[in-house]
Design a protein around this ligand. Sequence first.
Ligand code: SF4
Length: 388
Amino acid sequence: MKAAKPTAGAANATLNEEPLEPVLGAAPERIDAVVFGRKLMRWYGEHARVLPWRGISDPYATWLSEIMLQQTRVATVIERYVEFLARFPTLEALASSSEADVLALWSGLGYYRRARMLRSAAQFVVRELGGRFPETSTELQTLPGIGDYTSAAIASIAFGESVAVVDGNVERVLLRLVGQPEDKSTAGRTRMTRLAQTLVPPAPKRRAARAADSPANPMNNPAGDHNQAMMELGATICLPRSPLCLQCPVVDLCHTRGEHAKGVREKPRVRRVAHLLALRTQGGRIEVLLEQRAPEASLMAGMFELPPLPLEAITAAVPMPVPLLRVRHAITNTNYQVEVYGDDTGLRKDIPASEDDLHWTGASHLKMMPLTGLARKCLIKIGVLELD
Ligand code: SF4
């Protein structure tokens, strides 16, 4: 990203090193949409990052990028997005894929439910809607896995609907602009969504004409470009910590100019788990023992992992086994402390899974397997799976 030059407004602004106490009631919950939009879009036109899903008007590609970007860093998504589109270039290609192929391509992105939903939604569009992608945010919400945020993103970016996209980045920008503290209540969220909606430009009169225009020109799709600019501002300037207010295009409209007051956060849980690493050589190739998670599991159903071990078996073993590897792994609000034990510990007999769920898998096949993020991390650390 190019660094923005400080604006005259920024140069004159008094910026806060520390989070400000919000001046409740002093800042109105409204922003001049015309002035704000002009400043925001001028900045976006000059400083937007070049990303592979920008400047296109393919709803399938927009949808894929928005699903991948949920809870995953942009740098990780870029590579996976390109690979995924190369393998499944159309909605039809995705609809006729096998779940295992989709999960394998998703490996490392985490939150695998997103990949399953993506495939189910593609099948729904092909089977029930004759391949026609819904064009409005309301219709899009009838698809599996598409809620308020994703429907608004697709409808505005791919079809030009004047509907606000409110993700965590946008919410933070708005809270700071109006000088409010974090409010995770439904009422607080609703207020920010309403405020966001007041800023979205109306859809062009002849929306159909847009497809023939160049999407790179911000005037072609005011609502979609505005939403992307808001997300870009939150992701690159109005950062959660130490926002870059001197580079902010809307600093002179902002009532916080620094970090806003946060609500009390829940402490992450810590959980200790153990897995077995069993390797063998078969016909000159290395194989690793993997367990397939149950299809009805609430998390990562059907995916492959190193066989989990009960902690009681480790405590009861004599002598006490020493792990080959310790790994930290965080999923949502839980920090896992993972211990990986070698097969020489004799712990294989304690694997609770049935033989049917255990599979010896060639190391050269691991890249094509739908592995859990943790299994992938452990296998890379041990050197059985190569880094991409
Ligand atoms: S970057 Fe600073 S000035 Fe800009 S919206 Fe965020 S807090 Fe306000």
